[in-house]
Design a protein around this ligand. Structure first.
Ligand code: DAK
Length: 255
C-alpha cells in the first residue's frame, strides 16, 4: 500500500508509504494520495487530516528524480500542471483542515506538499528545502508561489536560489513550520492540534479556509508551470538529474 490510511474519531491520518525511496513522489504515489484526499474531502466522517511519511528519515525526499529524469519540456509542463491540479491544489483546497507532520526530509516536491497543507508541524530532525535548481529544474508543484507566501520573498529567494535546506529550528523561526517537537512526539502533537481545530464548527472551518486562500493570486502558478516545463529542454537539467542517479557532482554546462 503506497498510502496508509487510519481514521479515528474524525481524524484521518494519511501516511505516504515508500520508505525505501524516502517516500519520493512517483506517479503512483501522486495518484494514490490524490484519490485518498478526494475521498476524504467528501466523506462526512472525516473532519481533519494529518499527512505524514513512513519511517523516521523522511516526510518526502522530493519528486522521484529517477522517474522525471527522462521527461521532455512538454511532459514537464503537462505533469507540472497535472500534478498541481491533481494533488497540490487538491490538498490546499481541501474543505477540511490538513496538517502536515514533517518527520524528516521535506525536499523539493516533499516541501511543496507540506506547504500545500494548511499547517505544518515538524520533528526536530526535519530538513526542509527546495533543491530543484541543483538538478537544473525549478520547483514545479507550487513551490515558487507558496514558499514566498509563507516566509516572505527574501527568505524564499534565498532558499530557492541557494537550493540549501534549512533545519527545523530555522523553519520555525521564518514561519515555514508552525511548531517543532521531538520526533517521538510528532504524530501526537499533530493529532492534538487537529483535536483543538475539530472542536470548532466544520462549516466555519471550511469557510475560513476558503477565505484565507481567496487572498492569494493564482497567476504565478501558471508562470511556474511554463518555466518549469522549459527547464526540461536544457542540458543543465540532463546533467543535474544524471549526476544524481550516478551519485556524482554535477558539472553544469550553463545552457
Ligand atoms: N527520487 C528518487 N529516489 C530518491 C529520492 C528522490 N527524490 N530521494 C532519495 N531517493 C532514493 C535514493 O536514490 C536511494 O535509493 P537507492 O540508491 O537505495 O536505490 C534511497 O532513496 C535512499 O536515499 P539515500 O541513500 O540517498 O539516503 P541518504 O540518507 O544518503 O540521503 C537525501 C538522503 C535526502 C539527502 C538524498 O536521498 C537526496 O539528496 N535525495 C534527493 C533530494 C532531492 O534532490 N529531491 C528532489 C528535489 S527536486 C515535476 C514536478 C515537480 C518536481 C519534479 C517533477 N513534474 C511535474 C514532472 C519536483 C522536483 C523535486 O522534488
Amino acid at each position: 500500500m503506497l498510502i496508509l490510511s487510519e481514521l479515528h474519531e474524525g481524524l484521518l491520518v494519511l501516511t505516504i508509504n515508500r520508505p525505501e525511496a524516502l517516500n519520493a513522489l512517483n506517479g503512483d504515489v501522486i495518484r494514490a494520495l490524490s484519490e485518498a484526499i478526494q475521498a476524504a474531502s467528501t466523506n462526512d466522517d472525516v473532519r481533519a487530516l494529518v499527512l505524514t511519511g513512513s519511517g523516521e528519515k523522511a516526510f518526502v525526499a522530493g519528486a522521484d528524480i529517477k522517474e522525471f529524469a527522462e521527461f521532455n519540456a512538454e511532459q514537464g509542463r503537462a505533469l507540472s500542471a497535472q500534478g498541481q491540479t491533481a494533488l497540490f491544489d487538491l490538498v490546499e483546497q481541501c474543505p477540511k483542515p490538513v496538517i502536515a507532520a514533517v518527520n524528516g526530509y521535506a525536499l523539493g516536491g516533499g516541501l511543496e506538499l507540506a506547504m500545500a497543507a494548511h499547517i505544518r508541524v515538524a520533528s526536530e530532525n526535519a530538513l526542509l528545502g527546495l533543491p530543484e535548481v541543483s538538478l537544473g529544474v525549478i520547483p514545479g508543484y507550487g513551490g515558487t508561489q507558496r514558499l514566498p507566501q509563507l516566509v516572505g520573498k527574501g527568505k524564499a529567494m534565498e532558499m530557492i536560489l541557494t537550493a540549501r535546506a534549512i533545519p527545523a529550528s530555522d523553519a520555525l523561526a521564518c514561519g515555514l513550520v508552525n511548531a517543532v517537537v521531538p520526533q517521538a512526539e510528532l504524530l501526537n502533537a499533530a493529532k492534538q492540534l487537529a483535536g483543538q481545530i475539530m472542536k470548532n464548527a466544520p462549516t466555519a472551518l471550511s469557510a475560513a479556509l476558503k477565505s484565507v486562500l481567496a487572498g492569494y493570486s493564482r497567476d504565478g502558478f501558471g508562470a511556474e508551470i511554463e518555466h518549469f516545463g522549459a527547464c526540461f529542454e536544457t542540458e543543465d537539467f540532463r546533467e543535474g538529474t544524471q549526476a544524481f542517479i550516478a551519485k556524482r557532482k554535477p558539472q553544469f554546462p550553463g545552457k
